[in-house]
Design a protein around this ligand. Structure first.
Ligand code: PLP
Ligand code: TYF
Length: 398
């Protein structure tokens, strides 16, 4: 059976992690994977999460099955966090949310369901995008194409190219968008640009799949949901995948949500029944513990406020690292202007480093970045930043 099986390529980012872990040099730095580390270089346990965990353990609840769609109190709170409590889509019942296995799980459930509805649709992802977007939609059976997004010259958005690509797609294509904190570039559209994007999507009757894995890491929980809310208010049909991995520092618990915005409560009911069928035949029902933790934080006024404050701390630490990276590179005498790093949002920066410069960073300095030049700014800290700056300066100079 297995004799002719070929070795599959490693995930470009998770594979880098394996390589980093095997590296025995002291002073190595992992700027590869998208994980938030605190200033001591640790993955934080948020205080709000710890409190909810303690509460949950003390309540000594049994580990029963959740419903197929997950914990109702989590789904409601996740939807409100995304759309706003008082939004019409929320109160009318035309939107529903199911718990998912992280943001990846939400994308997969959405992709599998869309394949049943629109088997011949093209899926368009940004150029570039998170590597897993392509893989995931291809695995679901779709033909995946790219729309223009990043402009390497300006280190910003290629809006005209993007709009032209969206117009060139067949009507009713599925467009995957990063709702905030674009991975890998850190380049987000402005509100006015989002409006043009949404108008084009509406004109073409495209289906938007908004992926929001970093809500709270850009400008704030509400601010980062602005694009999603704009699309929904315009009456666009949307699927939205939420990840709580980063925002709760709860990576391994696999907590996320898929929200589907339909045009009526009756439609929502029917679509939910079909989405539940997709879930049932994949993993039956989602995990209890992490779901209960996130639900408690989202539903408790006190813990929510604590979470919001802890997110603000993570956000401002990343901004501080962006500031220091730019000023220290300048002080180190590099010729290039890195000011664009200051306007990028979220954990990542498309640094402009070439694949061979990234190779030299790793081989000569033990600093790991993605070959595209993406660095995780959230992995910089007061102890490693000087070493990273010196290494970048040295590979840029020769
Ligand atoms: N979407 C994007 C853009 C991401 O960067 C990530 C990161 O992991 C995900 C989805 C998946 O999140 P999760 O780890 O919750 O599956
Ligand atoms: O882009 C990142 O680094 C994160 C983590 O297959 C990640 O989104 C990377 C690759 C992958 C799953 C998660």
């Amino acid at each position: 059976l297995f004799e002719a099986v070929e070795l599959a390529p490693r995930d470009p980012i998770l594979g880098l992690n394996e390589q980093y872990n095997a590296d025995e040099r002291t002073g190595k730095v992992n700027l590869g994977v998208g994980v938030y580390y605190d200033d001591q270089g640790r993955v934080p346990l948020l205080k709000c999460v710890h409190q909810a965990e303690v509460d949950r353990v003390q309540a000594a609840g049994a580990h029963s099955y959740l419903p197929i769609e997950g914990l109702a109190s989590l789904n409601k709170a996740a939807r409100e966090l995304l759309l706003g409590k008082d939004s019409e889509a929320n109160t009318s019942g035309r939107a529903f949310t199911v718990q998912a296995l992280g943001g990846t799980g939400a994308l997969k459930i959405g992709a599998d369901y869309l394949k049943q509805l629109l088997p011949n649709a093209k899926v368009a992802i940004s150029a570039p995008s998170w590597e897993n977007h392509r893989a995931l939609f291809e695995r679901a059976g779709f033909d995946v194409v790219e729309y223009a997004y990043y402009d390497p010259q300006s280190h910003g958005l290629n809006l005209d190219g993007m709009l032209a690509s969206l117009k060139a797609l067949p009507d009713s294509s599925i467009v995957v968008l990063h709702a905030c904190c674009h991975n890998p570039t850190g380049v987000d559209p402005t509100p006015a640009q989002w409006q043009q994007i949404a108008d084009t999507i509406k004109e073409k009757n495209h289906i938007s799949f908004l992926d929001i894995a970093y809500q709270g890491f850009g400008d704030g929980l509400v601010e980062d949901a602005a694009a999603v809310r704009m699309f929904v208010q315009m009456g666009l049909t949307c699927l939205i995948s939420t990840s709580f991995s980063k925002s709760f520092s709860l990576y391994g618990e696999r907590i996320g949500a898929l929200t589907v915005v339909t045009s009526s409560a009756d439609e929502a009911k029917r679509v939910l029944s079909q989405v539940k069928r997709v879930i049932r035949t994949n993993y039956s029902n989602p995990p209890t513990f992490g779901g209960a933790v996130v639900a408690e934080v989202l539903n408790s006024e006190k813990l929510f406020a604590l979470w919001d404050a802890e997110l603000a701390q993570m956000r401002s630490r990343i901004k501080e690292m962006r500031d220091q990276l730019v000023s220290k590179l300048q002080a180190a005498g590099v010729a290039q202007n890195f000011d664009f790093v200051l306007t990028q949002k979220g954990m990542f920066s498309y640094s402009g480093l070439t694949a061979s410069q990234v190779d030299r960073l790793r081989e000569e300095h033990g600093i790991y970045a993605v070959s595209s030049g993406r660095i995780c700014v959230a992995a910089l800290n007061s102890q490693n930043i000087d070493g990273v700056v010196d290494a970048i300066a040295s590979v840029l100079k020769k």
